[in-house]
Design a protein around this ligand. Structure first.
Ligand code: 2HA
Ligand code: ZN
Length: 270
């Protein structure tokens, strides 16, 4: 059996949590991250029959039965993940009936998965229904995006339009735009269901006055997606309240999308 700490997926996962912390997105226990793994990726590192503990999911995850997930722990700090993975992360399988997590490694100090596990797993199900290659769900509290939800209309069309105007790469990186949820109580099945519903339309869901959810095929891609949204929100916050004399015109957004061959979401600029 190989040492799981040497697994490239575990190293990449740790590194991304460190980068998120370094950028100031994940204060204290803020943020949570989940990565879907296939059995053949996990098998070299763990005895798949050795279930350490079981925990109830509290919703139907049948669509993910038999899938493996690496997930940050509840009350754990992103700044502590790298170098102490076994206490701060857990790797579990979704039981055959979709009701339980079967812990195979991690949460070593008796911990549990993030309180946002419903939003994560429901988002995985929703994203995979439109993109079967989706493997990552990232929740974090990027500073300027959070600030923007205090001063900008909380409406999907307007919010997306503003972000697309904030830098030339935006419409190319997130042509599906961002979905905006109103303030809701976090850690519940309700916010999980609302997030997952929006995830069918876009890979980014803004939680007003809280943070962001991003989804993607790889850790790098998902991090890059959230990073690009946060960069746009930063430009917005640096210019909000100042007299804006220039912008990217809607016609220019269309030229960009056409040049890069991306199908941008309809109803935002037309
Ligand atoms: O787990 O970010 O939304 C900490 C959070 C909850
Ligand atoms: Zn949060």
């Amino acid at each position: 059996m190989k040492d799981i700490l040497s697994a490239s997926f575990l190293k990449a996962f740790s590194k991304v949590t460190s980068n998120m912390y370094r950028l100031g997105w994940d204060e204290r226990n803020g943020g949570n991250l989940s990565l879907l793994l296939e059995e053949e990726e996990v098998a070299p590192y763990l005895d798949l029959k050795d279930v350490k503990r079981r925990f109830f999911l509290g919703f139907d995850a049948q669509a993910l039965a038999g899938k493996y997930f690496l997930v940050t722990g509840t009350q754990k700090y992103f700044k502590n993940v790298e170098g102490d993975e076994e206490n701060n992360l857990g790797l579990f399988r979704i039981s055959a009936d979709g009701t339980e997590g079967e812990l195979l490694w991690g949460y070593a100090d008796g911990g549990r998965p993030t309180s946002e596990l419903p939003a994560h797993l429901m988002s995985h199900i929703a994203r995979r229904s439109v993109d079967p290659m989706n493997r990552v769900v990232m929740h974090t509290h990027p500073t300027n995006l959070l600030a923007m939800t205090y001063v900008h209309e909380l409406e999907t069309r307007q919010f997306t339009h503003t972000l697309w105007q904030m830098s030339t790469e935006c419409i190319v990186v997130f042509p599906d735009g961002v979905e905006v949820l109103p303030w809701m109580l976090c850690g519940t099945n309700e916010i999980g269901e609302a997030t997952a519903e929006r995830m069918k339309k876009a890979r980014v869901v803004v939680w007003s006055m809280h943070g962001i959810y991003g989804a993607g095929k790889t850790l790098d891609e998902t991090f890059g997606l959230v990073e690009t949204v946060e960069k746009a929100a930063t430009v917005y916050m640096l210019t909000a309240g100042l007299k804006r004399v220039n912008t990217i015109q809607d016609e220019e957004l269309k030229v960009l999308a056409n040049y890069f061959g991306v199908e941008y979401r309809k109803g935002i600029i037309d």
